[in-house]
Design a protein around this ligand. Structure first.
Ligand code: MG
Length: 217
């Protein structure tokens, strides 16, 4: 199997939940919503991964004057500055590349938000390629975004000896999507999908463990 490692971004290479919690505190301060609002905003965010729906609900619940578009745009401008990628993770990706792996990020989300996060964390300078749904117009778990990433690494998922690995926290977008695209998969189990069936080749608790598995394969 070719040495191709495709990584999800949010809650895989970066801790989005942690960044979201910081953002919720800032947001609550800015609109003077009070301490108890932070937990409610975080709970709303967890149940609504699509941010347009999330901001529609937040706007209504807290009777905010700004439009959903404005609230969401402000969020996308701020989030790239709140996410963090640990030096250990960046080192791990660099070591994979030194040992002959091609490494890419395959992520769903708006182009400005996702690209901002990839640039601010320095990940853009480490990986071989990017495939962002907001730029390409196609999303995981669909096969096409994985194909685009592989091609940008000079590889193909369909060629003889093709394949590779997909590593991510979503049992649907990353694991089921990766499997359907002919990839082996490593699922990062963050404990938020307790009853979800998934058929990953490996289950780990963080991306460093996933990188170790790849390095030893
Ligand atoms: Mg994710």
């Amino acid at each position: 199997m070719q040495r191709l490692a495709l990584f999800d971004l949010d809650n895989t290479l970066v801790d989005l939940d942690q960044a979201f919690a910081i953002w919720a505190i800032e947001f609550s301060d800015r609109y003077q919503l009070g301490c108890e609002a932070v937990e409610r905003i975080i709970a709303l965010g967890q149940g609504r991964p699509h941010r347009e729906m999330f901001f529609a609900e937040v706007r209504e619940r807290f009777a905010l004057a700004e439009s959903v578009d404005e609230l969401w745009r402000n969020y996308r401008q701020r989030m790239p500055h709140l996410v963090y990628c640990s030096p250990e993770v960046k080192d791990g990706l660099s070591r994979l590349r030194v040992s002959g792996w091609k490494v890419a990020i395959v992520t769903n989300g708006m182009a400005d938000n996702q690209m901002g996060k990839i640039q601010q964390t320095g990940l853009s300078e480490i990986v071989d390629a990017l495939a962002l749904s907001g730029i390409e117009g196609t999303r995981k778990p669909g096969r096409m975004l994985f194909e685009i990433a592989a091609k940008r690494c000079g590889m193909s998922l369909t060629a003889e000896g093709g394949g590779g690995w997909m590593i991510g926290d979503s049992p649907i977008a990353d694991v089921a999507g990766g499997r359907a695209a002919g990839l082996r998969t490593i699922w990062i189990d963050r404990g938020v999908w307790p009853d979800h069936d998934q058929e990953a080749d490996h289950v780990v608790i963080d991306v460093l463990q996933a990188i170790e598995i790849l390095a030893g394969s």
